[in-house]
Design a protein around this ligand. Sequence first.
Ligand code: ADP
Ligand code: MG
Length: 363
Amino acid sequence: MSFEAAFNTSPNIVISTPGRVNLIGEHTDYNEGFVLPTVIPQTTKIALSARGGSRVRIASRNMAESGVLHFMLGDEVRHNSWIDYIQGVTQVLASAGRRVTGFDVYIDSTVPAGAGLSSSAALIVGVIKALRLAFQLELKDTAIALLAQRVENEFVGARVGIMDQMAVALATPGQALFLDTRSLDYKLIAIPKTAGLIVINSSIKHSNIGGGYSERRSSCEESARIMGVRALRDIGIDATQKLTMLPPHLMKRARHVITENARVQAAVTALQAGDLPRLGSLFKESHASMRDDFEVSTPEIDILVEIACADPDVYGARLTGGGFGGSIVALASANGARGAADRIAKRFAERTGLSPSVLVPVV
Ligand code: ADP
Ligand code: MG
């Protein structure tokens, strides 16, 4: 399929938004803490034309079996399918007083969905950016990220934080986005040329709607309440004695968030110093914390991380994204990354029978 085949006309606007990989800082964003994502080469291409009236028509090459779907502006109803991501955009824009008319949109993405690489944010931010152009909406990129988060929170029903949307809206290749998710202050930090990032999709899909993600978020909110702070961000690494106020199951959850915030800040220092061994150690510590304290890893992902960490060209590796499946990120030397990525994927496939894919480095 194509825009032309779906709608019998050509698009006025074509833009691309990247997926993202989080280097470190997992489950810290909805605790108002720090994150350090960067973009991946895989992108979501949005082709769009304004049409007048109030009908919206949508099609996605990645959801070809759905064919062309449509809905009316003002009549958005949740269907628990991918149409919600577009209906959510128009509903949230309307509630923010932003006027659009009907339009046609065609989506074509190389960001794998449900792999922890933010295909959802790439889609939503991309559609809002295309609508910004089509309808001359005055929206800064940060405002777009906040609207995109509302789409997931209020319409799709995923209680995600702000990292993905900010990363996708603002990050640039070769740089990591050091973001304070409370103030939304950020700094772009150059990734040293000596570093080679590896991203491997385990092929186990995750979901942020309901289930484990939502439960983790509630545990964090409860922990903050018991310790008398607005968010876990407010407990520094030097105040971990406060964790003794919590029952054991919450203590583990909160300890992950508090130590992870400290690791993000340490990772920024390591990145700026070009200290890859230190950054690799932080990746390993982060994974152990997600596995043992936050309990969002899976046995297969643990195997993938273990295989990666055993590779001679790898400094460290960890689960990236919300967890319960998805992808890993590993840090290798720039020259060693390609070979290491292929070795890791091959060993993982042999050991588990799963079909992983190497997304970074691209061939
Ligand atoms: P992630 O953001 O980690 O990839 P999510 O569960 O947040 O995972 O979002 C995945 C969902 O986003 C898909 O199930 C689908 O509904 C929607 N989506 C993502 N990319 C596309 C696409 N190219 N076309 C249609 N829907 C998409
Ligand atoms: Mg997502």
